[in-house]
Design a protein around this ligand. Structure first.
Ligand SMILES: [Zn+2]
Length: 182
């Protein structure tokens, strides 16, 4: 399918292991490409994100995403400080190790008073479930977990292998604030 929209990602990496997460951006591209969507990470693929990388290392090496008032708000603060001019149009993807047994966690725009969506993505845990980043980007666009259809990308289980999206769901991602017509 021809690419109709690009999803603008602002990427932050917590360390060298996380900086090797390149294949996962490829997987996200593969899953979303079936719906005319492509990921467009920045500054990843252009230059190392040293500023955010050092800031994150100082925060924590492993992030507890349930600590919403702690780690998550600290990351949000840094993102706002470093990338203020991009936050209105990008979704922030923080590549980091997570303390709990999940490959990713997403705080949608509006949640916790955030004025942008924040995705935490663990490339090591996500190794077992390749659609993870694409799934989290669906949450960032405002989609909820699908609880009934294991073939759906938004099915809320790490054991699912779903790649499907309903037309309305793909449309919702296309209309996300971080989506741009290709
Ligand atoms: Zn989910």
């Amino acid at each position: 399918m021809a690419i109709t929209h690009r999803l603008q990602l602002l990427t932050m990496f917590a360390g060298p292991v996380e900086r090797d997460a390149a294949p996962h951006f490829g997987y996200a591209d593969d899953y979303l490409g079936a719906f005319g969507l492509a990921v467009s990470p920045w500054p990843y693929r252009q230059r190392p994100a040293n500023t955010s990388y050092q800031a994150l290392l100082k925060a924590k090496s492993v992030i507890d995403h349930h600590d919403e008032q702690g780690a998550v708000m600290t990351i949000a603060k840094w993102a706002r400080h470093c990338y203020r001019d991009r936050l209105a149009s990008d979704v922030v993807v923080v590549v980091c190790r997570l303390m709990r047994d999940v490959g990713g966690a997403t705080f949608s725009k509006g949640k916790l008073g955030l004025d942008f969506s924040l995705v935490l993505f663990d490339p090591v845990r996500a190794e077992a479930y390749k659609p993870t980043l694409a799934h989290e980007l669906g949450h960032a666009a405002g989609l909820a977990d699908n609880t009934v259809d294991p073939t759906n990308l938004m099915y809320g289980s790490n054991s699912a292998t779903g790649a499907g999206l309903r037309v309305a769901e793909a449309d919702r991602i296309r209309m996300a604030y971080f989506a741009r017509a290709a």
